[in-house]
Design a protein around this ligand. Sequence first.
Ligand SMILES: C[S@@+](CC[C@H](N)C(=O)[O-])C[C@H]1O[C@@H](n2cnc3c(N)ncnc32)[C@H](O)[C@@H]1O
Length: 321
Amino acid sequence: MKIKTVSLFCGCGGMDLGLMGGFNFLGNHYSSLPFEIVYAADNDNYAVTIYNNNFEHSCIIKDVRDIDLTEIPEHNILLGGFPCQSFSISAQNPPRLGYKDERGKLFFEMVRILKEKQPRFFIAENVKGLLSANKGKAFPIILEEFRNAGYYIKYKLFNASHYGIPQKRERVFIVGFREIADHDKFEFPEPTTLNETKVNLESVISLDAHLDEKWYFSEKAVAGMLKVQHKMNKGRDQNLQQPCNTISSHLAKVSLNSTDPVLKINGRYRRFTPREAANIQSFPDEFQLGSVSENRQYRAIGNAVPPVLMWHISNAITALL
Ligand SMILES: C[S@@+](CC[C@H](N)C(=O)[O-])C[C@H]1O[C@@H](n2cnc3c(N)ncnc32)[C@H](O)[C@@H]1O
């Protein structure tokens, strides 16, 4: 019998894929885990299109605020990478609104469902900035809300590059337990790749893309960037021998004047392809992106939880089952 899971804010399904397992990434097999998704929803129809092209179960397009509790089936785990824009340190405009912002309030939707449905576990994911948002005031409030919903809490800041992923993405995972015995027994996974065993960016970039002009920035864009590079720390070409800096959801609009990571190949700057972005996030090669525009692919992929990181956390949950 599989453990029934409900996935809110599921996006294109990075978190859900990691939870279910049964995929390969860079020659490693991430085995199937005993979980099934019985209900998944997101309000972005492009992300949902990608999701539905990759899973046997389907996801619905729905604003979480419109979900009636009666439509959510009984389940044992609730997942939610609740929207992080308003908690993000990198969201400078408007600056760091945190929990006062409308989108920040979406985590209350998770709380609403937890209070009513009382699944045995929940797993929430968010940006590192959540820990310090609103001068450090937001995070304790969020934890208190989860506790008031009847949960014992453990949380940890993860760096994806410590778990076989070629990206230095840092994300907080909050795991909630209805039973104290589960809370006491649970241990977050230990790193699998540290120091020289980290996976580098070179292992996931495409030599074919090097040959396609489409991905390169124009000479004009490069000249403009070079003028301000020292002052502004722009044009962040990545060291191929290291994991990549964090890729974001606005990679479609990446310019040399942003702080997004780019590549420098034989002295020329280029952006990542959507497939490379998916690789950097540890999606397997079979994961289908192509049904929506490239802009939408970048967005969904940049928003995702790295499946391999989620696999490690989900695998740690299986020790309690
Ligand atoms: C950080 S992403 C989650 C990514 C996902 N967990 C994954 O691993 O691929 C947040 C998601 O919340 C969705 N979202 C934002 N506001 C929403 C709302 N009001 N109702 C439902 N989904 C919403 C966005 O479309 C986005 O896909």
